[in-house]
Design a protein around this ligand. Structure first.
Ligand code: MRU
Length: 345
């Protein structure tokens, strides 16, 4: 299952807002449609947002008719700025756009066809690299897990969120293939239910034994010693190891620490923000209160109630046992281990 594909100058993507009730694919050559899909989470998950944005720049280049170099540059720069405005937290978005920006800067031949090809090739490469990064993360991460383990995960960090098998869910599905996994517990992940709608759907497709829980059930499960490890994805990792991920991740990390359960974050190198010293500075997206007052379009709270709806939270590094990257597993102190990773990559 591919949540997003480049097909002859178009992007075809699965509208994740409709899952699991309907599997609707949308095909477009319009950057505005793509940007809106990212904004309303039809395309979501940090790595996939980056991949989509890279394709978005390629799409925009195909709309260029005039052969005027300066106009091309300013048009594509404004497209990059427009795509960068879709969501603020996942750093993969800015990382991928920066790669396209570099392609634009390096372009010297006065041929639009040449630039279009370069931008398409770069987007395809970003997509392919993410596939490979997921494979490596999965292979590294599975080594951390004991035999017959039960894992808790939050949100969706699987094939729907990446260019491959996923990060956290990549490790979990690899553990299943290797005969190590007993069961995955899935937090439903309010408000937008990425766990219930997306992770449960992915696990069902792959025939992996999964148990869906309401978000507030994790504590009792841990107390009953039913969780061997927690594995989550990430939207942005600061160099001190603080991890921004779907709101509610921090709650589970606190619970895991209290119960002595290892807590792992899994992410490709594109999710590490080497400019960000601590998680305190990570911009946290706030979303429309309707996402809390309504469930699947049906109001569940009284009209006019105040709502606070951050889409992400930051788990402090002292709650994190290890971070699984495509370059290997890093342990505290993360300021040292992540910097070492940067110098190698
Ligand atoms: O708001 P979303 O659904 O885009 O949030 C997704 C997450 O928080 C994921 O855990 C994260 O992006 C990692 S996906 C490999």
């Amino acid at each position: 299952m591919k949540p997003l594909e480049w097909i002859n100058g178009n992007i075809r993507f699965l509208d994740q807002t409709k899952l699991p009730l309907e599997e609707v694919f949308i095909k477009t050559d319009d950057v505005a449609v793509l940007a809106e899909a990212i904004r309303h989470l039809a395309i979501r998950g940090a790595p996939l947002i980056g991949i989509a944005a890279a394709y978005g720049v390629a799409l925009a280049s195909l709309q260029i008719k005039k052969n005027e170099v300066n106009e091309v540059r300013s048009y594509l720069q404004s497209t990059i700025d427009f795509l960068a405005s879709t969501r603020p937290t996942a750093v993969n978005l800015f990382w991928a756009l920066k790669r396209q920006r570099r392609v634009l800067d390096a372009w010297q031949i006065n041929s639009i066809a040449d630039l279009q090809k370069r931008l398409i090739d770069e987007a395809l490469l970003i997509h392919q690299e993410d596939f490979e990064m997921c494979e490596r993360i999965s292979s590294f991460g599975v080594e951390l897990l004991p035999q017959s383990c039960s894992i808790l995960t939050h949100c969706n960090a699987g094939a729907l969120a990446t260019g491959g098998r996923g990060t956290a869910l990549g490790i979990i599905s690899k553990a299943w293939e290797d005969g190590k996994l007993k069961c995955v517990y899935i937090d439903e992940t309010r408000p937008l239910l990425q766990g219930a709608r997306l992770t449960a759907w992915e696990m069902k497709q792959a025939n992996i034994p999964a148990t869906l829980i309401a978000d507030n059930t994790a504590a009792i499960l841990m107390k009953q010693r039913k969780i061997d490890a927690v594995i989550v994805g990430a939207d942005r990792i600061a160099i001190n190891g603080d991890v921004a991920n779907k709101v509610g991740t921090y709650n589970i990390a606190v619970l895991a620490k209290h119960h002595g359960i290892p807590f792992y974050a899994a992410a490709p190198i594109s999710t590490i923000d080497f400019q960000m010293k601590t998680g305190e500075d990570i911009p946290i997206e706030e979303r429309d209160g309707k996402e809390v007052t309504e469930v699947l379009g049906k109001r569940i709270a009284p009209e006019g109630v105040a709502v606070y709806s951050p889409a992400f939270d930051v788990t402090p590094n002292e709650l994190i046992t290890a971070i699984v990257t495509d370059q290997g597993i890093v342990y505290p102190p993360f300021s040292d281990s992540l910097m070492h990773l940067q110098s190698q990559s």
